[in-house]
Design a protein around this ligand. Sequence first.
Ligand SMILES: CC(=O)Nc1ccn([C@H]2C[C@H](O)[C@@H](CO)O2)c(=O)n1
Length: 108
Amino acid sequence: MTKSMNNISFFERFEADILAKRKTITLRDESESHVKVGQILNVYTFESDREFCKIHVRGVTLVAFDALEQRHAEQENMTLAQLKALIQEIYPGISVLFLIEFSLVESR
Ligand SMILES: CC(=O)Nc1ccn([C@H]2C[C@H](O)[C@@H](CO)O2)c(=O)n1
């Protein structure tokens, strides 16, 4: 597992969407609340800890699970039902999420 404050990991199944700029946000719990606007993060796969790009953090805001809407799903390149199911699977019972908006800086 990658531990640096300048690193973030994504499940491998999201790599293609990030590199194609189809996925431009991620919703995380408080363990990644240290991420700051303007930061450049090194991006790794969660499964194999392989670096695959860098992203520029464009925004960090709080969003309630119950406030997730269509535009969030579009920014995740999935349906709202898929997004809610995914969040419940990764963070069971979570009520508030950190919405990290990002843009692709460089792929490896
Ligand atoms: C370790 C860990 O939590 N890794 C995560 C968490 C979230 N994501 C993705 C899945 C969704 O697209 C959004 C919403 O959480 O972020 C991830 O790839 N890896």
